[in-house]
Design a protein around this ligand. Structure first.
Ligand SMILES: Nc1ncnc2c1ncn2[C@@H]1O[C@H](COP(=O)(O)OP(=O)(O)OP(=O)(O)O)[C@@H](O)[C@H]1O
Ligand SMILES: [Mg+2]
Length: 235
């Protein structure tokens, strides 16, 4: 099944982002363009400081661009008031970012179920159990984050990102803390969601193990997307 001829799920047009001002000014993105297509896994690669986290944060409506436009489902959301964004964000994106942001007082199961409930998803507890099993955590569901390893916390964060079935899953180094077997298992799950459900997965990574699962690689340098390569096995 291919979705590549459909309209993009989201896109960035001529995005610029400047942090600070005067002496502390940093141009993080200069003029970046990117489209996210249904059914694809898109990797974002580039040197440290090139703007990858900034780019994916703007795409996920976590950060406002200084210039340019963000489109979600064909709609320009750049000029919308701040209060309109949480709903669009929750309906569109699942996030797996560094630092996990799990609630320390809630078990793995409660963390995932809460996220599903907040997105208005159905049967949150049942769904949370299913997702935790899919990331290999069926025997750790009732543990608090403090009693999980780094890789296990990362998998809870991945299960939480998948809750509520968002059309776009965004990850910033989501497999960095995982051993090879777990990392490949997670990517296999994401590949299935993309191919069978037409969802898009956008992942910032330095991890060459991920390329075999991906359709395209966007290369970021100095705040620009300098190339987008279609991987040979996906062409
Ligand atoms: N909140 C901030 N305030 C000021 N400068 C920032 C801020 N966040 C990022 N920067 C700067 O913007 C540039 C791009 O940062 P960004 O985090 O997007 O890079 P990155 O490609 O994700 O790097 P890494 O691979 O190290 O995670 C860097 O020069 C960084 O120092
Ligand atoms: Mg980063």
């Amino acid at each position: 099944m291919t979705h590549s001829s459909s309209a993009p799920l989201a896109s960035l047009a001529r995005i610029g982002k400047t942090y600070g001002d005067g002496d502390t000014e940093v141009v993080a993105l200069a003029d970046a363009d990117l489209s996210i297509n249904p059914g694809e896994i898109l990797l974002i690669e580039g040197p440290s400081g090139s703007g990858k986290t900034t780019l994916i944060s703007i795409l996920g409506l976590l950060l406002k661009p200084s210039r340019g436009s963000v489109f979600v489902g064909g709609r320009d959301v750049t000029a919308l008031p701040e209060r309109a964004l949480p709903k669009i964000r929750a309906e569109t994106f699942g996030f797996v970012f560094q630092g996990f942001n799990l609630f320390p007082a809630l078990t793995a199961l409660e963390n995932v179920a809460l996220a599903i409930r907040m997105k208005g998803g159905r049967h949150p507890e049942h769904e949370a159990r299913r997702l935790l099993a899919a990331v290999g955590l069926e025997t750790r569901m009732h543990h608090l984050p403090a009693n999980l390893s780094g890789g296990q916390k990362q998998r809870v964060a991945i299960a939480r990102a998948l809750g509520g079935n968002p059309p776009i899953i965004l990850g910033d180094e989501p497999t960095a803390a995982l051993d090879t077997k777990t990392a490949l298992g997670v990517m296999d799950l994401l590949r299935t969601l993309a191919t069978e459900q037409g969802r898009a997965v956008v992942v910032v990574t330095h991890d060459p193990r991920l390329e075999r699962f991906a359709d395209r690689v966007a290369r970021v340098e100095d705040g620009r997307v300098i190339a987008i390569d279609t991987l040979a096995h996906a062409a």
